[in-house]
Design a protein around this ligand. Structure first.
Ligand code: FAD
Length: 398
């Protein structure tokens, strides 16, 4: 049995950022990050869009708004200090018709309340920034940016190793026992004993919360986001980040264009129910995961209420034509032949039993374990700040 001060379960960006902040704030603390996969950042972190979000969308005062603002700054500083490429390229949020102007105005007000540098621009300025986009008015957010979060994670692992800790792969946590002076955790790579543990397991956060000895108050339902990317001959159609005015009920829906730091331009996503928590392809099915989703009252309530939206998303999953039409709202010149399939991502969507979408970060302590129960977008942008907050919870107890 290996002994450590802190065991972090989950080597996505939240777990690794927590390990980094802890070893920085309290040098000499021994930290092990255990992940069920061989490599870090294998799931949400390694399949995301790589946007450094500004924090414009989030409710003022929410954990997402606060953590995104300071987390983005910390992430930029980290990347600058470590020589990790990032680009503060700016973003436009585009209103296509008059009916979207009140929504645009609401986001602008939120942006101002959250301290985001942003301005409303007219058609002429929009055309200067993104010559191929439609739209009558937009919000320009010059401080939004892009980065490769997987690259950030690999550097965080190096930092952890240099601080005397380590990343352990193939170490799925299967059991956890809280004792008076520590936590014993059984994983695929052996048993660990720690003074304190942190679960940052993304798509499995409800399950590891249960392992820690408390019943989670949400269920994670996986939604696959499917993407296309622009072929080289069509890349000129998008310079940076072009987003629609989001639907307030489903802020994560709405296809957009994202330039990645490697120069690819991602188009999408739609959002369809994944039949497995790590169901990156339509044919990936886990009977356990699917049965849990389909028997969960919260999912059934949400599906009943929003089935029309759900069908629209599914239709775009099966019909490239429908996907292209959604993209054409933002860039009318896009044609089907400009697009090729790109890898999908699966989002951990936390739902309550009454069918409500939990959109803020949720971090709860249970005995000697801190459970990160919900870390949706922009958790990658915010990760270094989330890690700082978790470290502050752990430090006095070490
Ligand atoms: C398609 C998509 C696009 C996104 N775009 C952005 C963006 O542009 N900007 C942004 O800020 N955010 C974005 N997000 C959100 C962001 O990626 C996530 O919020 C963030 O990566 C969450 O990090 P995490 O460490 O909590 O989870 P994850 O990255 O999912 O990591 C969890 C880890 O836990 C491990 N694990 C699970 N169960 C166990 C177990 N029992 N034992 C051991 N290990 C376990 C998994 O293998 C995994 O490595 C996006 C998300 C998606 C899905």
């Amino acid at each position: 049995m290996e002994q450590t001060d802190v065991l972090i379960v989950g080597g996505g960006i939240v777990g690794l950022a927590t390990a980094y902040q802890l070893t920085l704030r309290r040098p000499g603390t021994s930290v092990i990050v255990a992940d069920k996969e061989a490599e870090p950042a294998a799931h949400q972190t390694g399949h995301n869009s790589g946007v450094l979000h500004s924090g414009i969308y989030y409710k003022p005062g929410s954990l997402r708004a606060k953590n995104c603002r300071s987390g983005k700054l910390l992430m930029e500083q980290f990347c600058a200090a470590e020589g990790i490429p990032y680009d503060i390229c700016g973003k436009v949020i585009v209103a296509i018709g008059e009916n979207e102007l009140p929504g645009l105005e609401r986001i602008f007000e939120r942006g101002k309340a959250n301290g985001v540098a942003c301005e409303i621009i007219g058609r002429e300025r929009l055309t200067e920034l993104e010559p191929h986009t439609a739209g009558i008015r937009a919000i320009h957010v010059p401080e939004a940016g892009i980065v490769n979060y997987r690259a950030v994670c690999l550097r965080l692992v190096e930092k952890l190793t240099a601080a005397g800790g380590r990343f352990v792969g193939n170490a799925r946590a299967t059991a956890m026992r809280q004792e008076t002076d520590g936590v014993a955790e059984l994983t695929g790579a052996g048993e660990f004993r720690a003074k304190l543990a942190v679960n940052c397991t993304g798509l499995h956060s409800d399950r590891t919360t249960r392992l820690s000895g408390t019943e989670p108050d949400v269920k994670i339902v996986p939604f696959r986001g499917e993407y296309f990317e622009l072929k080289p001959e069509a890349k000129h159609l998008c310079r940076n980040l072009i987003y629609p005015v989001p639907d307030t009920n489903f802020p994560f829906l709405g296809v957009h264009f994202t330039r990645m730091i490697n120069g690819h331009i991602e188009c999408g996503p739609n959002a369809v129910l994944a039949f497995a928590r790590e169901g990156y392809r339509k044919r990936d099915i886990s009977l356990r995961d699917l049965a849990e989703t389909l028997t969960y009252p919260g999912f059934l309530r949400m599906a009943k209420k929003h089935w029309r939206t759900g069908f629209g998303e599914m239709w775009r999953s099966f019909s490239k034509g429908a996907f292209v039409r959604a993209l054409q709202r933002l860039i009318p010149e896009i044609r089907s032949e400009h697009l090729e399939r790109a890898p999908a991502g699966v989002r951990a969507q936390a739902l309550t039993r009454d069918g409500a979408i939990v959109d803020d970060f949720v971090i709860r302590e249970h005995g000697r374990v801190v459970n990160v129960c919900n870390a949706p977008s922009p958790a990658a942008t915010s990760s270094l700040q989330i890690g700082l907050s978790i470290s502050a919870l752990l430090e006095p107890r070490l």
